[in-house]
Design a protein around this ligand. Sequence first.
Ligand code: FPP
Length: 240
Amino acid sequence: MQRLHTGVPRHVAIIMDGNGRWATARHLPRMAGHNRGMESVRAVLETCGRRGIEYLTLFAFSSENWHRPADEVSTLMRLFVSALQREVVKLVENDVRLRVVGERNTLDPELRRLIAEAEERTAANTRLQLTLCVSYGGRWDIVQAARAAAREQGIEALDEASLERHLALAFAPEPDLLIRTGGEQRISNFLLWQCAYAELYFTHALWPDFSAAAFDEALAWYAQRERRFGRTSQQLAANS
Ligand code: FPP
C-alpha cells in the first residue's frame, strides 16, 4: 500500500549483519557477537518507541542460516530461547506485540512453545509491532502465500492482492525503510515482495556497533528521501 511520506517510517525492517566479524575482530567466538547484537536490538526497540515507529521487523535467522556450522546454529537457537524467556516481560511492560514468522515446523518444539507463549502474552499490545523473522526466506514466503491463495480461490483468480493476504507479514504495511548493517549491499532473500518500494539504507557499521545514534542517522537519511512510487517529482508536488 502506498502512502504519503511523513518523514518518520511506519515500518522499519533490518538485516542485522556483522555479528561474526565484530567478534572475530576481538578474538572472541562468533557467539559473543550475537550476544552483543542483542544490545543493539534493545537500543533499536527503544528508539522505535521514542520516535513513534509502529512496526519493526528483524531478520534474526534466514532459511539459508541452517547451513552454518551445527554448533553456531544450536547456540543461536539457544540465544532465541533465552531471549524469549528473559525479554517477554519487558515487551509486555513496554506495550510491544511480538510475532515470529518463518517456517515454524523447522524449529525445535521447545522454541515453538516459547514463541507461541510470547505471542499470546503480548497479543493485546499496540504500541510497537515487533516481528522476528526466524527460519524465514522471502522466496519461501511468496511460495507459501501463492499456494494458500491458489487453494482458497483457484489459480486463475490469483492476483497481487489475494497473494498479499497470505504473506507472513500480511498484518503490516510494507516496510518504508530497509536497513542492512555490516557493509554488504544486498537483500539476501529477506522481504522480497514487501520491499518493492522500501528505501534501502546500507551502513558499514557492524550490527553490535549499531547504536541508537546510528539508527537515528538512518532515520534522518530516510526523512530526506523523496518517495515517488513510480510517479514524477512534479506529480508529488502537485498532490502535496
Ligand atoms: C548476522 O551476523 C546475524 C545473525 C545471523 C543472527 C542475528 C541475531 C541476533 C542479533 C540476535 C537477535 C536475537 C533476537 C531474539 C532478536 P553474521 O553472523 O552473519 O555476521 P558476519 O557477517 O560478520 O559473519
